[in-house]
Structure formats: structure tokens, C-alpha cells
Design a protein around this ligand. Structure first.
Ligand code: GLA
Length: 729
């Protein structure tokens, strides 16, 4: 059993294969957090908590003269509001009498087998291979009768614990929820922690940043209406000396695609609190009697094996327990060519067929028709929302075009940006009230497009009908779902003034509903997410789409950093990576090596390539197919850090049984007459012998991991190497 209640100590222990997590129904029924870390079985960990009379600390009323119990110093599972704990809160409510107070005490708990699910939000799930148990602890505020139901699911083998929270108004008056965090984790000693996050910008998403904890609240979050390019809903708390391979690391991955907030607070006593959930900015959610609010799930992992150990936990879990698309477990994903960088919006059916013909010679399986095929769309100033085929461009009609592509032996894919509307569109002219715009004010412009109010049922129904209509009209194999601006002018014409604080969140709920409906109706379509590149690359999106476009930046040398950062939490099989014209001094072989760290494809005008170049691409597509199972299902190792000065960037895929491995190296900056570089492999069987690229000489796993492979220095800039290691039976 992954969850143990100890009656004598009133502790509840969540037990995975290598980790334990413990809480206790403590003094005055407050739910006290005791431990998260390496396995301790169900030993009572409350001996760690020392209680003193701390100056200026508040004590619960019932403590009377006993001044040593203060929530300000207690580690808690769910920090409360206005109860003498001045650190960051997990919940903030405004009660019906106008008071700001929430005092959650444990009212009960329930242990069951299986994984909890949320009704309104995407969640991870258990497969037949998993042993999963769920704990539900109910905290109640006795005055308002508002419950916070804390949900925990324990994936024993995967070493993963998920958390979520539901707020239930069982009282007889409405309340307003102003902050609700899905996870609250307190550490008794937090001064030696670092916080790692994945900040970025358009074209440079998920760069890695690490900061020491100091005595204030470190916040990571987005208020752009989407999880954003600028931050990612994933953070790590790690030992100050943790490295790629060693050290304690705690990961927190929030399954939410809207505004989010992570706060890490080092308090006056060097205790550390981490909370994560929906960002409270412009969030005011009314809960009437009987209503329930669900907060998004957080996926937590702990390892003592550094960032690699943590990444492996997330990669395995997200490959198995996140996305229900059949493509997740598929043996091959198609090599695709996308029309965007080939033609932008300047194409017609003839041009697309020409690209497809050339791409067929390159071993490409799938042609994707990107932006520009619908409505009146010759540039990005018009047409969004008009999801019907522009027959001036696709003269033969969609059905016929797809047939022509299929006749070449290729599949067909299509681009949508459903959440947006252009002012110059039939949709906007018919329904100006569907676009988010604050009455009496002009909406902020961004790529000259407006945001549809996804919280509205009529908007959702329109999109489901339109997108499904196109998908049913032709044999469509793949969909790229894009969103190309941040949200502003948050206002729903459909909601009362006092409900406008719900719109940010209801937008996301509406989006999930639309995606759910379309994907459920088309289980055989491969969906890829996109947001001006990798702007909304989060675990919730990966619940719907098995793959996501990493970035609009296709420069292979920049991609080394993009793939490195993304891989901290998201598996390589989710990473959309293509070869394009970007990086003109980089050989095409190196571009291919880089794009093979993902779902491989092309983003260029194939008709411009010579026959020899097409033949090279064909060979590369073949290589990708050959290595695909290893790349997609194997363990991924970052061998170097491209953010640090160095001459090479290297990474490696190792099959789970360690029988084969692909080690890739890109030479980024060779110093003149510099020292010999060695790349040390990881994850091999130390005693096994491996051949390299089919050669006769054999090398022990131990030698390759400890002495490493010498990398030839006498090469051109931006050269690359792929070493295929095969274990001898
Ligand atoms: C975004 C995407 C690109 C392309 C364009 C089309 O920028 O990231 O790949 O689809 O939109 O407008």
C-alpha cells in the first residue's frame, strides 16, 4: 500500500519506491507537513519539530496561554489565511460578511486505490501497469463551512506524487476565492536550496536559470493568459551543490496552461515554503453554496540523482501517464515537412503539391499546410476565425488537394489558430462581441489579432463545429494547433461585472473543453501544439498533444540550448524539431543531428534543394526512422551544458536495457590549437562491450563512461558526430 495511516501517531505516509512523504494530523487538527525525501517507511517524523515561544508570533486562540504553537513556524500541508502565519498562503477567500479569513482544520481523510480525476481540468492517469493509491484529506473552516479537499495520488513505481485541491462551499452563503494554490510544501531547513526555473522569450524558450534562496519570496509565474514563452510552470528545488548527476532535487510541474504562480519563500527561521497554482492576478472566483472549484494538478518528483535523475522520472511519467493519444506509444511518428518557412502565406495548391513531390524524394511522410489556407489570409492582418478553405489559393478544394498528396504516398496535415479572430474577418463582423475587448476601450493589438472569448459556450460550439467540419471534410492525419499572442483586455460580454474575475480561468476551461471535444472525435489524428513556437509548452497541453513545437527559432546552435532546457522536464518525444534554412553556416548533417533530438522534420522549400541535397535528406530521414525507438523511448542524458563556455554540446539516448545508445556531439566553437576534448558517455552497462558505428573494435561501457570518447578536432566549425553504440551479446 502506497499510503499508510498510523493511528497511534496520527501520521499519514505516502510511500513510493524510493521516496516517502509524511503529514500528521497535529495540534488542534492542523495538518502538519513532516517530510518529503528518501524513503523512511512510516517512522513518525514529528520528532523534528521543535516549538518555542517566538516573539511576535501569533498563537491559535485555543492554545490559550501556551505560546509555543504558532502556525508561523509550523510546516503545513496547506497554509491558511489570517491565522498568524505571515508566510505565503495557499488559499485566500473573502467570506460573505466581507472578512478575509480561512482556517482549515483536518475534518477527515480517505484512502482509496486508483488515481483521482478532476472534472474540469486535465490530469495524469494510471495505466494497467501502475499501482496507484489516492489520499483525500478534508480541511474545514468551521465558521464558513468551506472545505479544502487535498488530493494526493501516489505512483509507487514511478516515484511520483500528484497533488490537486478542490474547494467546496458547504456553507449557506457565497464566498469569493482570491487565491488557491494546488501544492504547498514546507521544508524545515531550506537555506541550502537553489531554485531552478525555465525562463525565456520568443525564439529562446526554456533557458535554464538557477538562483540561491534568500530571505524573500522568489516568484516565477505568468500573467499573459498562457503559461508563456517567458516562464514555464515547472520549477526545481535542489541542494545548493546538486549537479546533473548528484544531489537532491524536488520537481514541481503544474498542469495548467493559463496564468500560474510559483512562490518559494525562505522565512525568518530558514524554513522554506513552495506553493504553486493559478496566478491570483485578476482572479476572483465566486463559489455559491454547494459549488466546487478545482485547482490544477501538480506533479511532484524527488530524487537524489541530480537533474538527470529528476528528468528521467518526469520523462517516464509523462511518456506513460499524461497523454492518451495513440501516437505516444506508436513505434514511429511521421517525418514531416511544414509549409511555413517554405512559402509563408504565399502558396496555392500547385505549390503545395510541388513541395510534397520534392519532399517525397527526401523520405518525408507528411506535408503540413501551415497558416494562410483559409478565409482571406495573405498576411497576418486578416482572416483568423474564418475556418473555411480559401478557394483562390486551394483552387481544387481541400478534399482534392489531400487526395493528390495521398496519391504521392504521403499524409496531409493542417494548421489552425482557433482561439484568435482578426478584426478583418467574417467572424468578427458577425460577432464582434465574441472578441475580448473591455467596453469603451480599444483592445491592445498584437500581431493585429484579437482573442476570442473562450469562456463563452457559443464560441466553443462554433470552434468545435468549424474545426471538426474541416477535419471531417478530408483525410487529415495531423493538426498543428497554434496561438500567437498573449491575452489582454480580459472581459467577457457574456459574464456579469462581478464575474469578470473568473474570465482568465474560464478561458482555459473553455479551451480544454474545445480541445477535448475535437481530439475525442478524432482519435486517429496526430496533434501538435504550438504558440509562436514553444510559448505554451506545458504538461496540460501535453495531455492533449503528444508533441509540441519547441520554438520558431530553428537555428541549430540555438536549438542546442532550447532542447537542453526543455528536456529538464518534458521528454524528447514531445519536442517538435525541424531542419530549416536557418543557420546558413551549419552543415545540413549537423542540422539533422540536432533535429533528431525530437520529432524530426523539415521546414524549408524542398523544391529549392538539388537532387543531391534531397538524397542527403532522404538518408537523414532514414537514420531518424532507424534510431526512432531509441530516441523516443530511451533514457535521455545531457552530457554537456550548452549554457557554459565550451567547445561542444553533447547528449545521448540509451535504450532501457542498455543494449544500444546514440551519442550525438555538435562542435560549437573550437578554440585554435586547444586541448583534446573527450565526451563521457552515461547510462551504459559498465561491464558490457560496445561497438561504435558498426566498427570491429569494442569498448567497455566503463571506459566510455569514465575515460570518454576523444572527439576529432580537425573538423570544420559546426561539425557533428553521431556514435551508435551497440552492446555485444
Ligand atoms: C507561429 C508558429 C509558426 C507558424 C506561424 C504561422 O509563429 O510558431 O510555426 O505556424 O505561427 O502564422
Amino acid at each position: 500500500m502506497g499510503i499508510i495511516y498510523n493511528k497511534e501517531h496520527k501520521t499519514i505516509t505516502l510511500q513510493t519506491k524510493h521516496t516517502s512523504y509524511q503529514m500528521k494530523i497535529g495540534n488542534l487538527d492542523y495538518l502538519i507537513h513532516l517530510y518529503y525525501g528518501p524513503s523512511i517507511c512510516d517512522a513518525d517524523m514529528s520528532y523534528q519539530i521543535m516549538q518555542y515561544d517566538r516573539g511576535f508570533s501569533g498563537n491559535p486562540y485555543e492554545s490559550r496561554d501556551a505560546r509555543t504553537f504558532s502556525l508561523d513556524a509550523q510546516p503545513q500541508e496547506f497554509s491558511t489565511q489570517q491565522q498568524g502565519d505571515f508566510r505565503t498562503t495557499s488559499i485566500e477567500v473573502v467570506n460573505s460578511d466581507g472578512s478575509y479569513s480561512y482556517n482549515g482544520r483536518t475534518a477527515g481523510y480517505k484512502i482509496s486505490s486508483g488515481k483521482y480525476q478532476l472534472d474540469t481540468l486535465p490530469c495524469t492517469f494510471a495505466t494497467d501497469a501502475d499501482t496507484v493509491d489516492t489520499l483525500e484529506v478534508t480541511l474545514t473552516d468551521s465558521v464558513s463551512d468551506v472545505q479544502a479537499v487535498l488530493l494526493y495520488s501516489v505512483f509507487e513505481e514511478a516515484d511520483i506524487i500528484t497533488r490537486a485541491v478542490k474547494v467546496v462551499n458547504r456553507g449557506n452563503a457565497p464566498i469569493h476565492l482570491k487565491k488557491i494554490m494546488s501544492v504547498c510544501l514546507d521544508f524545515l531547513n531550506g537555506s541550502d536550496f537553489d531554485l531552478v526555473s525555465l525562463p525565456g522569450r520568443y525564439g529562446q524558450e526554456r533557458q535554464v536559470e538557477r538562483q540561491h534562496m534568500t530571505h524573500h519570496i522568489h516568484t516565477i509565474g505568468s500573467v499573459r493568459g498562457s503559461s508563456s514563452h517567458q516562464q514555464n510552470p515547472f520549477v526545481i528545488l535542489c541542494d545548493r551543490n546538486a549537479t546533473e548527476d548528484y544531489g537532491k532535487c524536488y520537481g514541481f510541474s503544474l498542469m495548467y496552461s493559463g496564468n500560474f504562480l510559483a512562490e518559494a519563500e525562505l522565512d525568518q527561521y530558514d524554513q522554506l515554503r513552495l506553493v504553486m497554482g493559478i496566478h491570483p492576478k485578476q482572479f476572483v472566483y465566486e463559489l455559491k453554496p454547494g459549488e466546487v472549484f478545482e485547482g490544477p494538478e501538480t506533479v511532484m518528483a524527488f530524487t537524489e540523482h541530480g537533474f538527470t535523475g529528476l528528468s528521467h522520472l518526469y520523462h517516464d511519467f509523462y511518456r506513460n501517464n499524461l497523454c492518451r493519444s495513440k501516437f505516444v506509444q506508436e513505434v514511429q511518428r511521421p517525418v514531416l515537412i511544414n509549409s511555413w518557412e517554405a512559402a509563408f502565406m504565399d502558396f496555392d495548391d500547385v505549390k503545395l503539391v510541388e513541395i510534397a513531390k520534392a519532399a517525397r524524394n527526401m523520405g518525408v511522410d507528411l506535408l503540413v499546410m501551415d497558416d494562410g489556407w483559409f478565409g482571406k489570409r495573405d498576411d497576418d492582418n486578416s482572416g483568423l476565425g474564418d475556418w473555411y478553405v480559401n478557394e483562390d489559393k486551394i483552387k481544387c478544394g481541400l478534399h482534392k488537394l489531400v487526395e493528390q498528396i495521398n496519391d504521392l504516398g504521403m499524409k496531409f496535415g493542417i494548421w489552425f489558430e482557433p482561439e484568435m479572430v482578426s478584426e478583418d474577418s467574417d467572424l468578427y463582423r458577425a460577432h464582434p462581441d465574441w472578441a475580448m475587448q473591455i467596453p469603451g476601450r480599444h483592445a491592445v493589438r498584437s500581431r493585429n489579432q484579437m482573442v476570442l472569448d473562450m469562456s463563452r459556450k457559443d464560441v466553443q460550439d462554433y470552434l468545435i463545429k468549424k474545426v471538426n467540419g474541416i477535419l471531417d471534410d478530408a483525410d487529415i492525419f495531423y493538426v498543428k494547433w497554434d496561438i500567437n499572442r498573449s491575452l489582454t483586455d480580459i472581459w467577457s460580454n457574456n459574464a456579469a461585472p462581478e464575474k469578470q474575475g473568473e474570465v482568465y480561468h474560464r478561458y482555459i476551461l473553455g479551451l480544454y473543453h474545445v480541445m477535448d471535444e475535437i481530439i475525442k472525435t478524432h482519435p486517429d489524428i496526430l496533434f501538435e501544439g504550438c504558440s509562436g513556437g514553444g510559448g505554451r509548452y506545458d504538461a496540460a497541453m501535453l495531455h492533449y498533444y503528444p508533441q509540441y513545437w519547441v520554438s520558431d527559432n530553428n537555428h541549430p546552435i540555438d536549438r542546442l540550448k532550447l532542447h537542453y532546457g526543455t528536456s529538464f522536464v518534458y521528454p524528447v518525444c514531445t519536442m517538435g524539431a525541424h531542419i530549416s534554412d536557418s543557420g546558413k553556416f551549419v552543415p545540413i548533417k549537423t542540422k539533422a543531428v540536432v533535429a533528431m533530438c525530437g520529432t524530426f522534420g523539415y521546414e524549408l522549400d524542398a523544391t529549392h534543394l538539388s537532387e543531391e541535397e534531397q538524397a542527403v535528406c532522404k538518408e537523414q530521414s532514414g537514420q531518424f526512422r532507424k534510431f526512432y525507438p531509441l530516441i523516443i523511448k530511451g533514457d535521455y542524458y545531457r552530457l554537456t551544458n550548452p549554457f557554459k563556455p565550451g567547445n561542444m554540446t553533447a547528449w545521448q539516448h540509451v535504450s532501457k536495457d542498455k543494449s544500444e545508445s546514440l551519442l550525438s556531439v555538435v562542435v560549437t566553437n573550437l578554440t585554435c590549437n586547444g586541448p583534446q576534448e573527450y565526451i563521457r558517455a552515461k547510462g551504459l552497462a559498465p561491464d558490457a562491450l560496445y561497438s561504435i558505428n558498426g566498427g570491429e573494435e569494442l569498448y567497455s561501457g566503463s571506459a566510455l563512461m569514465n575515460a570518454g570518447l576523444p572527439i576529432d578536432r580537425e573538423v570544420e566549425d559546426y561539425s557533428s558526430f553521431q556514435f551508435y553504440l551497440k552492446k555485444q551479446e
